[in-house]
Write a protein that binds this ligand. Structure first.
Ligand code: BMA
Length: 318
């Protein structure tokens, strides 16, 4: 046990933050933020970045780096642009991608928010190389976002975490299963937003896809607190059963990371840290979290998975 760590101190920001901004983009962009992340077979870190154009609509563009910190090679044009003619659910763009390598398929699944006239829905696309994509279309009905697949099947079925919103009953994390990535059912609640004065009282949603550890699926989730000057987006931790990912083993009490630096406090949307992707370094312990700062830039923070689990044991209920 490590004993209580001060809230907000479990992840260390990189000294060169923000590591990617619209100013560095090879084409005109308003903001770049909320990237999905993965490490390719050759060790390259790939970020699938949400890029907002000057219409206010988002698309996804890949940036690749050998060390995951600098030397980013950014695709010269949108990698996954909206296709509203064939996919009307994407009329106002694609947002907040989460990338999972599906071991059995040998392909990456991208769960993203498709935003159209009738609301935000979860949509899926598959790719081998982040150059060509097979769109599976919407897999949930509006409003539903903050989704990611788990990397393998459970009792023969894929599992997807997502966050439907209901009027009057809150925004909570759900888990659903599918035999084919198209038909989803067996919906169950996974984690509820807290109530009252809690930091995660108003809504919660998955941040990066769950991280597999010997103790269970380590889940970083964002929690939102509404205040007189707007919403504050912070991060918390929970642990779920390796064989039954809907079963919560432990949930941390305080947040472990929140907006503090200028690039997190000020931007198009103030007071937001919003990660959609993380990678685990070759040591199996160092977690690199890629997050959007204030819906404007991309930043990096890292931590030790062992320390996160120890903190959860000391500061969680289960
Ligand atoms: C959420 C999502 C994120 C965004 C955040 C803060 O609802 O839309 O894309 O970063 O709000 O604006």
């Amino acid at each position: 046990m490590t004993g209580p760590a001060p809230a907000g101190e479990l992840l260390k920001r990189h000294g060169d933050n923000p590591i990617l901004t619209a100013g560095r983009w090879p084409y005109a962009a308003n903001t770049v933020f909320n990237p999905g992340a993965t490490r390719l077979a050759d060790g390259t870190t790939l970020l699938l970045c949400r890029v907002e154009d000057h219409k206010g609509h988002s698309h996804l563009t890949a940036a690749r780096s050998a060390n995951g910190i600098d030397g980013w090679e950014i695709d010269p044009a949108p990698t996954l642009p909206a296709e509203p003619e064939r996919h009307p659910e994407e009329l106002w763009g694609l947002e907040d991608p989460r990338v999972t390598f599906l071991e059995e398929e040998g392909r990456y699944a991208i769960a993203y928010t498709a935003y159209g006239r009738l609301g935000a829905v979860v949509a899926l696309a598959l790719t081998e190389d982040f150059r060509s994509f097979e769109r599976l279309g919407p897999v949930a009905m509006p409003w539903d976002k903050d989704a990611a697949l788990l990397p393998r099947k459970f009792n023969g079925e894929w599992a997807m975490i997502h966050r439907p919103s209901t009027i009057g009953h809150g925004s909570h994390m759900w888990l659903s299963y599918s035999p084919d990535l198209i038909h989803w059912g067996k919906h169950q609640i996974m984690l509820e937003a807290r109530t009252g004065g809690w930091w995660d009282a108003d809504k919660i949603g998955l941040s990066p896809p769950p991280i597999e550890t010997a103790e269970g699926w380590l889940v970083l989730y964002h929690g939102v607190k509404e205040t007189a000057s707007g919403s504050i987006y912070r991060l918390g931790l929970a642990l779920f059963d390796l064989h039954d990912p809907g079963r919560c083993i432990r949930r941390g009490d305080g947040w472990i990371f929140g907006p503090r630096e200028p690039y997190e406090l000020h931007g198009d949307v103030q007071d937001v840290v919003f990660p959609c992707g993380a990678t685990v370094a070759a040591d199996g312990d160092t977690l690199r979290l890629y997050y959007g700062g204030a819906d404007t830039c991309i930043a990096l923070a890292s931590g030790s998975i062992r320390e996160l689990l120890a903190w959860l044991k000391a500061n969680g209920d289960g």
